[in-house]
Ligand binder design. Structure first.
Ligand SMILES: N[C@H](CCC[C@H](N)C(=O)O)C(=O)O
Length: 292
């Protein structure tokens, strides 16, 4: 099966973009895994699919699959690339679009310099709705937010990390670290991702506070492993830091792949705004087996 695709990246989080505005490709999770595979396929953290508007008042549908083939609710860096793609490919002449995702409607705005600002909606701060099962745990209060103890079974020495469970449509567990470069992301990341207290698994964020308007962040992503940047992870980290009383309302998030700027006024109903890059890398086509 011949698949035409566009490779894009936002702060180093990379994507295969598929255009289904003129008909469905009929791909299976195995096909998405194949496209995401960095040795046998194209290689990407996520596969983004553009579909026609599903309803009045919405311009497009935006479908997201992780490299492991699983469909997910939201992808922030992908949303910026989505907005750049639909405009530059002539699918719309709007610079502000309304896009339907599994977790609701988001509104990306494409700026003249190619950067994109996305209204990512309000965070979900109720742990049970992240979803996170905190039964039997005693959360610590900090500022207007909490930290929950998460016991990790790290070979002999048990480790407990203190996390904020936050959803941006997709689930995140954010923790503070003194030094992101020294943080045990490779070891703790998968243990947090697959922790039994996150029934839908979770994206694990490791945040170092630089000052009240700047952080460094690494994210071990659900279904993709550590990525160079995670847009929803940056949103969740800033929401946690503001809730803990450590950050102001506009924060530069320094990721290994580039800079994202996140704004949130701190109210549970306040919407999170994310600004960052969205770049084309190359166009291509790939012949993938019909059955995998
Ligand atoms: N791995 C995430 C989806 C992609 C999120 C990330 N790439 C972003 O920019 O938000 C999840 O399973 O929820």
């Amino acid at each position: 099966m011949q698949i035409r695709f566009t490779k894009m990246q936002g702060a180093g989080n990379d994507f295969v973009v598929l255009d289904e505005t003129r008909g469905r490709l009929g791909l299976t999770p195995a096909h998405y895994r194949y496209l995401g595979n960095r040795h046998f396929g194209v290689g990407a953290d996520q596969i983004l699919t553009v579909r026609p508007s599903p309803a009045e008042g919405v311009d497009f549908e935006y479908v997201i699959h992780n490299a492991d083939g699983g469909e997910v609710e939201q992808c922030g860096n992908g949303a910026r690339c989505f907005a750049r793609y639909v405009h530059d490919k002539g699918l719309t002449d709007k610079r502000v679009t309304r896009v339907q995702t599994l977790s609701g409607v988001i509104a990306p705005e494409l700026h003249a310099d190619g950067r994109v600002t996305v209204d990512m909606g309000a965070p979900q701060l109720d742990p049970a709705k992240v979803p996170f099962n905190g039964e039997g745990l005693l959360a610590e209060k900090q500022g207007s937010a909490q930290k929950w103890p998460l016991a990790l079974d790290v070979s002999a020495q048990d480790a407990t990390v203190w996390i904020a469970p936050i959803s941006m449509g997709n689930p995140h567990a954010v923790q503070l670290v003194a030094d992101v470069d020294a943080a045990p992301v490779e070891v703790h990341g998968p243990l947090i991702e697959n922790h039994k207290r996150f029934p839908q698994r979770v994206n694990a964020g490791f945040m170092q506070i630089v000052d009240r308007s700047a952080v460094k962040l690494r994210v071990y992503e659900r279904g993709a492993g550590e990525t160079l940047a995670c847009g929803t992870g940056a949103c969740a980290a800033v929401v946690a830091g503001i809730g803990w009383g450590l950050l102001d309302s506009r924060v530069d998030v320094h990721t290994r792949g580039g800079l994202l700027t996140i704004e949130w006024n701190g109210g549970a109903e306040d919407r999170v705004r994310m600004t960052g890059p969205a770049e084309f890398v190359f166009e291509g086509q790939i012949d993938i087996p019909e059955t995998l």
